[in-house]
Design a protein around this ligand. Structure first.
Ligand SMILES: *Cc1c(COP(=O)(O)O)cnc(C)c1O
Length: 493
């Protein structure tokens, strides 16, 4: 038996970089100074200068490189295999997007460049706006928000601005109990009370309840469509009629647009304002904190309130229009996360209309395939044809003492990233699975086999599932302890 320490390059059980430090080692080499030396304390003020950085790791270049390269091999990524995290749309991001985003004139454009030198990048923004308006069926759009939740906040601030201009911002925002957590959070931050509405046993908004509670204090309904249950809100036009009849608006959380693109347009089914997640539906790499993009598209009546600046035409050139007295102002520096916008446009143009429609159809087909294959083994509380994702419950496995979180951990042993655990909240012990259109039948079948194998293990050897993962470098960790008492600072022992 070779001692673990010697095998460490194989197991790559990497120590902390702090533990590799040895005094005086450096990872860089600077050329000799060719300007007069100054005392930093004199130049910057003593308070801004510190003599040492406590516990700063001192390591060589190759040690840094190997450390982070080894750590990177611990990651699971969409480039390794299926990543069925529901609601997150972890699909494959075609490499051509990256090539286009790295085009010199786009990658090196500076936001302070004069407009006359920025016509190309402004044209990219204009074309993306045009494409997204065609896809959503709405009238105007801002590309400024940096993520989905940021788009939600922008959208609800637009609703508030319009209602204020009409004389009364109103008090409440309605969210169904299947809502993504960001929806009530957005309403709260925009200064509204949140009122929950119940879903029917079909996972739809309860129209009778809705009609009863919508009054002149309701500013808007925030609805995710398809919902987080992966089902399309059949009555969406009736829902919109109820809201509109009381002067309220319908906000659509469009993070799940990958189930609708090329098939149905929110602008045609009564939506006043919505956001898109370019980093989900339009294939920008995401996870790990961004950058993302959450454009907000609106009907005409909300256009005057969109953030400044707005792209406009002056003669035969593009210009930024800041003269928008009713605008809610900026929501982000400059014009949004431009690199993400380039990737989204590349994706849209590479697919074309029929290609985008195909992607939608495949996403829905893949999710229905998984529903069909897995429903003999897992409980399905909303048993109807689904859209881009499918939500099972762990009720059957829970009877054997195994919960969704444990099944997810066991899935890691089978080489897959876990699905989304315990969300949406209205499904008890949810397993929320979104395969996306980019997975082949072969990969889906492998996933199905893994899930069925785990379901059988739950019957015959639940302990194996309860103690999973077994094959990873780190086995079961104390998640509650990590959340409640995080150790975020390294101290030499
Ligand atoms: C991902 C998601 C969001 C939030 O988007 P971010 O870009 O993560 O802020 C909101 N609603 C739904 C339904 C989502 O899936």
């Amino acid at each position: 038996m070779i001692p673990t320490k010697v095998r460490s390059h194989l197991t790559q059980n990497e120590s902390l970089i702090f533990e590799r430090s040895s005094p005086g080692k450096k990872g860089y080499q600077l050329p000799a100074l060719d300007v007069p030396e100054v005392d930093p304390a004199e130049a910057l003020g003593a308070a801004s200068v510190r003599a040492t950085i406590e516990d700063f790791p001192e390591v060589s270049e190759v040690e840094v490189l190997r450390h982070f390269t080894r750590l990177s091999t611990w990651n699971y990524a969409i480039d390794l295999g299926m990543y069925p995290l529901g609601s997150c749309t972890m699909k494959y991001n075609p490499r051509i997007n990256e090539a286009v985003a790295r085009t010199e004139g786009l990658a090196w454009a500076h936001p302070y460049q004069p407009e006359s030198l920025s016509q190309g990048v402004m044209e990219v923004i204009a074309r993306l706006e045009e494409a997204l308006l065609e896809i959503t069926g709405l009238d105007a759009i801002t590309l400024q928000p940096a993520a989905g939740a940021h788009g939600e906040l922008t959208g609800i601030l637009l609703v508030r601005a319009l209602l204020e201009a009409q004389g009364n911002p109103r008090k409440r925002i309605l969210t169904p109990d299947s809502a993504h957590g960001t929806n009530p959070a957005t309403a709260g931050i925009a200064g509204y009370e949140v009122q929950n509405i119940h879903s029917t046993d079909q996972g739809m908004i309860d129209l009778e309840e809705l009609a009863r509670i919508v009054d002149s204090d309701v500013a808007a309904l925030m609805v995710t469509n398809p919902s987080t249950l992966g089902v399309f809100e059949d009555n969406i036009m009736k829902v919109a009629d109820i809201l509109h009849s009381k002067g309220a608006m319908v906000y659509m959380d469009g993070a799940n647009m990958n189930a609708l693109v090329g098939i149905a347009r929110p602008g045609d089914f009564g939506i006043d304002v919505m956001h898109l997640n370019l980093h989900k539906t339009f294939s920008t790499p995401h996870g790990g904190g961004g950058p993302g993009s959450g454009p907000v598209a609106v009907k005409k009546h909300l256009e005057p309130f969109l953030p400044v600046p707005r792209l406009a035409r002056k003669g035969d050139a593009w210009t930024w229009d800041y003269d928008r007295p009713q605008s809610i102002g900026r929501v982000r520096a400059f014009y949004g996360n431009f690199g993400v916008l380039v990737r989204a446009l590349a994706y849209i143009y590479a697919h074309g209309g029929p290609g985008l429609r195909n992607a939608t159809v495949d996403a829905v087909l893949n999710a229905n395939y998984l529903r069909h294959k897995l429903r003999p083994y897992f409980d399905l509380p909303y048993d109807r044809p689904n859209m881009h994702e499918v939500v099972f419950s762990d009720d059957r496995q829970a009877a054997k003492g195994v919960r969704t979180g444990e099944i997810a951990k066991r899935l890691i042993d089978y080489g897959f990233h876990p699905y989304t655990v315990s969300f949406p909240l209205i499904v008890h012990g949810a397993l929320m699975i979104e395969p996306t259109e980019t997975e082949s039948k072969r990969e889906l079948d492998q996933f199905v086999e893994a899930m069925i194998a785990i379901a059988k293990e739950v019957e015959t050897e639940p302990e194996t599932v309860l103690k999973a993962p077994h094959m990873t470098r780190t086995t079961k960790v104390d998640e509650v302890g990590a959340a409640r008492k995080p150790v975020v600072r390294w101290r030499p022992s």
